[in-house]
Ligand binder design. Sequence first.
Ligand code: 3HC
Length: 308
Amino acid sequence: MAFFTTLTSRTFSHSAMMSNSIKNVTVIGSGLMGAGIAQVAAQTGHSVIMVDIDDALVSKAQKRIQDSIQRVAKKKFGENEEASKFISESLSHLTTSTDAVTSVGSADLVVEAIVENLDIKKKLFMQLDKAAPSHTIFASNTSSLSIAKIADATDRKDRFGGLHFFNPVPVMKLLEVVRIPETSEATFSKMTQFGKTMGKVIVQCKDTPGFIANHLIVPYLLAAIRLVERGDGTMEDVDTAMKLGAGYPMGPFEVLDHIGVDLFKSISEDWSTRFPEEQAYRVPSTLVKKVEEGKLGRKTGEGFYKYN
Ligand code: 3HC
């Protein structure tokens, strides 16, 4: 069964524009986060275009979405007809493209979830700014970069903000909605409403490093790596301690493999450059080594742990 279609056209959402709601969503980037955002947006009735640079990446994301949406459907409806209907209806809202510029032509909202690199994100938004209608809101799902610095690439800072989702997006209930000083009330309200429509619980954040959750999670994960580097505990014991002693669903090394060791290395490199005086943000040598070895976590079959 052909689950997905490739983008040919999407109707311009006059109604969404007039009614203050977001209907047409373009998600740029089809990695773990981008695919998850596209999936949940489609599940909740938005018309979604998911974009990546080539067909291979898009196909990989489609496979991930198919697996995930089946789990969501099973949880919601069991294994009956309603589950199949939910899956086919959700996927009918989702198209794919490898052309970011044409994919924003009728977007009410663009959510960017590409590599954590400020220059690459700015270059993308500069191009999209010229191609998107004036009402389109731009949001970055960056984990750690400054939203204001990304927004600098555009002439729509009043229609710019952060929408920071958590992995796995179909499961994690939190959405951080980030505003910069220029973000208009109308933009903030539309982003918040969009998040609620996606079934998320919203927390309002300022454009500070890591917003709320990652501001606390990042130093914690770095401290766990350093603890093991010093030989003060084993990785397995640290994970067990945090699961059974603090009630966390995953230990820090499981979380690192879950989110991607390379993503986490980018975050800590960026923060250690921005805040050189902050010892807690220094990049541990273990992270550098893991990335050099291609041990990036679950997605490559090995990170701190090995996976089948
Ligand atoms: N899609 C759909 N459903 C999924 C899923 C996915 N990708 N992953 C898990 N699920 C569902 C399962 O189907 C299962 O449903 P059920 O309750 O009906 O059986 C349920 O979630 C639980 O899954 P599992 O039984 O497979 O495993 P766990 O009970 O261990 O839960 C987990 C998995 C939800 C990932 C849980 O371990 C967890 O919450 N871990 C913490 C994750 C975390 O810390 N995320 C934040 C990382 S930081 C971040 O994202 C910010 C970024 O900027 C870096």
